[in-house]
Ligand binder design. Structure first.
Ligand SMILES: Nc1ncnc2c1ncn2[C@@H]1O[C@H](COP(=O)(O)OP(=O)(O)OP(=O)(O)O)[C@@H](O)[C@H]1O
Ligand SMILES: NCC(=O)N[C@@H]1O[C@H](COP(=O)([O-])[O-])[C@@H](O)[C@H]1O
Ligand SMILES: [Mg+2]
Length: 389
């Protein structure tokens, strides 16, 4: 049956979700704060407005009367979703999940205090004085982030008290909306970090994808690979935590649950996205029978998922803009990437650049017994050859 899906946020993740939805004959209205966003290029209809404006959101809902609302970013007037859900619109995965995960305080307190999951030690600070006190208690280095932000915006590592002035200013300036409150976290010296893509279903058990390893810089993802080779007991622990937190948040869909792994201290829960994850773009490399966008769609529509199987090993590496311009970006190096076997280039089609804005991704795959380290190197070196200007 065709459903009307209102997609709130139309970046690269929304574009792939929309493509998956179109392939199953669904009707997608893509929304974002700027025209020509990636998902708008492949959707049935689009709307440009600030999704932080509750009244504007209500107007768009009234205009289209969607069956399903699929949030794609965190910057949404999420409280409105509760009443839309009460009115009978399916909010993905649930209004509760979207509200808890848009603010680090809500999700961290739920995970650490209510569910008892192991996390980095943390405190909140709503003034520079409180930040100094919190950092003093946690010790250095410590990680400082706005309560509302994503992709590392406003995030810094303070190595000593001298860095706190900068962390306070940078954190407040990178915060979404006007809240001036930061989280201060113990710095975890992890050996690796993973995203565990987790699928909750209406009529079926919770499913897990093979774990995805990734490397971040400045709080933003640079490369990912699948499967990450981790100790079986760490995987089992991460799966239990993912099951617990997604069950507490309620709803159906695919989630990106993030963990830090340490040989010495085990598994730490970090945070989660109630939607496809940027590091999960590696699943565009035919690593699984269904990629993360298809899995999200199946779970949202309540379609049966015939299990998740690993078909190939894969790697992804991002293409960032070295410039900032309102001009339509141009690209060089496509021929080289496209000439490689088992490789795809995905240019998102964003209409303008910012310094370090993610503009595309290269994904590569190999047979299951292939060399994952060599594949990661190949993928990174190809992505580095794509020039944005
Ligand atoms: N307490 C910590 N100790 C060590 N490293 C950390 C800590 N918190 C965050 N990081 C590093 O910064 C990265 C980004 O942090 P986090 O996921 O909290 O930010 P984000 O802005 O929500 O990112 P995204 O929205 O892309 O998931 C982590 O993946 C990790 O590499
Ligand atoms: N870590 C979250 C993430 O990767 N989100 C993805 O980035 C887009 C925003 O990109 P932009 O800032 O370049 O517009 C979002 O719309 C989503 O697709
Ligand atoms: Mg993260």
């Amino acid at each position: 049956m065709t459903k009307k899906i209102l997609l709130l946020g139309s970046g690269e993740l929304g574009k792939e979700f929309t493509i998956a939805a179109q392939r199953l004959g669904q009707y997608v209205i893509a929304c974002d704060s700027y025209a020509g966003a990636p998902a708008m290029q492949v959707a049935d209809a689009c709307e440009v407005f600030s999704m932080l404006d509750g009244e504007a959101l209500d107007r768009v809902v009234e205009k289209y009367r969607p069956d399903i609302i699929v949030p794609e970013i965190e910057a949404i007037r999420t409280e409105r979703l509760y009443h839309l859900e009460k009115e009978g619109i399916q909010v993905v995965p649930s209004a509760r999940a979207v509200n808890f995960t848009m603010n680090r305080k809500a999700i961290r307190d739920l995970a650490a205090k209510e569910l008892g999951l192991k996390t980095a030690k943390y405190f909140y600070a709503s003034s520079y004085e409180e930040l100094k006190e919190a950092a003093g208690k946690i010790g250095y280095p410590c990680v400082i982030k706005p309560l509302m932000s994503s992709s590392g915006k406003g995030q810094s590592v303070a190595k000593s008290e001298e860095d706190l002035k900068y962390s306070w200013e940078y954190g407040c300036s990178g915060s979404r909306g006007d809240i001036k409150e930061l989280i201060v976290e113990e710095f975890i010296h992890f050996d690796s970090e993973i995203t565990l893509l987790t699928v909750t279903q209406k009529n079926g058990p919770t499913l897990f994808c093979p774990p995805i390893g990734h490397v971040q810089k400045g709080g933003d993802y640079r490369e990912s690979f699948q499967p990450a080779h981790i100790a079986p007991e760490h995987l089992a622990e991460a799966q239990q935590m993912a099951e617990k937190v997604t069950r507490a948040l309620t709803g159906y869909g695919l989630w990106g649950v993030e963990f830090f792994l340490s040989h010495e201290n085990g598994v730490y829960f970090s945070e989660l996205s109630p939607r496809p994850h940027d590091t999960g773009m590696v699943t565009l490399a035919n690593t699984q029978n269904l990629n993360e966008f298809e899995l999200h769609l199946y779970a949202v529509l309540g379609l049966p998922i015939p299990g998740i199987t690993q078909e190939h090993i894969g790697a992804s590496a991002v293409i960032l803009s070295p410039v900032s311009s309102q001009k339509a970006p141009q690209y060089r190096g496509e021929e080289l990437v496209c000439s490689q076997p088992n490789t795809y280039l995905r240019i998102f089609g964003k209409p303008a650049t910012r310094l370090n804005r993610r503009m595309g991704v290269v994904v590569c795959y190999d047979k299951n017994d292939g060399d994952l380290d060599a594949l990661r190197d190949k993928c990174k070196s190809l992505a580095a050859k794509v020039e944005v200007y």
